[in-house]
Write a new protein. Structure first.
Length: 134
């Protein structure tokens, strides 16, 4: 029987994640990322992501939350939502992150016992007009 989902709130600010923006139109861009984790590698993925949060913060990321999916009989998935001002902000931050020497070191070290991620999908989201995020 699966245990309750793990939920992490991660942000560069002590007060919690930025779900509402500071732009005039008060709209943000949300990115939902879903990581398919190889069997037996969820603990390694969680450890890597926990360490990566420092690198995310260094590169200006806001992470609204991180979840592990509960689906009996299927390979586990790790899901998180990042928050950006717009597409340009997203591109700039991800570009800096993937080239960050600390991330490259962490990625290599975390995969010394083998690959962790089978695949990643992501989508960009805009809150509906009736969403509490509006």
């Amino acid at each position: 029987m699966p245990e309750a989902a793990d939920v992490y709130l991660l942000s560069g600010r002590q007060a919690g994640p930025r779900l509402r923006g500071k732009r005039k139109d008060d709209k943000m861009m949300y990115e939902l990322r879903v990581y398919e984790i190889l069997p037996g590698r969820m603990a390694a993925m969680r450890a890597r992501l926990e360490k990566a949060t420092v690198i995310f913060r260094k590169n200006g990321f806001d992470i609204a939350g991180v979840w592990t999916e509960i689906v009996e009989g299927e390979d586990p998935r790790l899901i998180y939502i990042t928050v950006f001002d717009d597409v340009a902000d997203r591109e700039r931050k991800w570009g800096a992150f993937v080239e960050d020497p600390d991330w490259l070191t962490l990625e290599a070290e975390s995969e010394q016992d083998g690959k962790i991620v089978a695949g990643v999908t992501y989508t960009h989201m805009d809150p509906a007009s009736f969403s509490p995020l509006q």
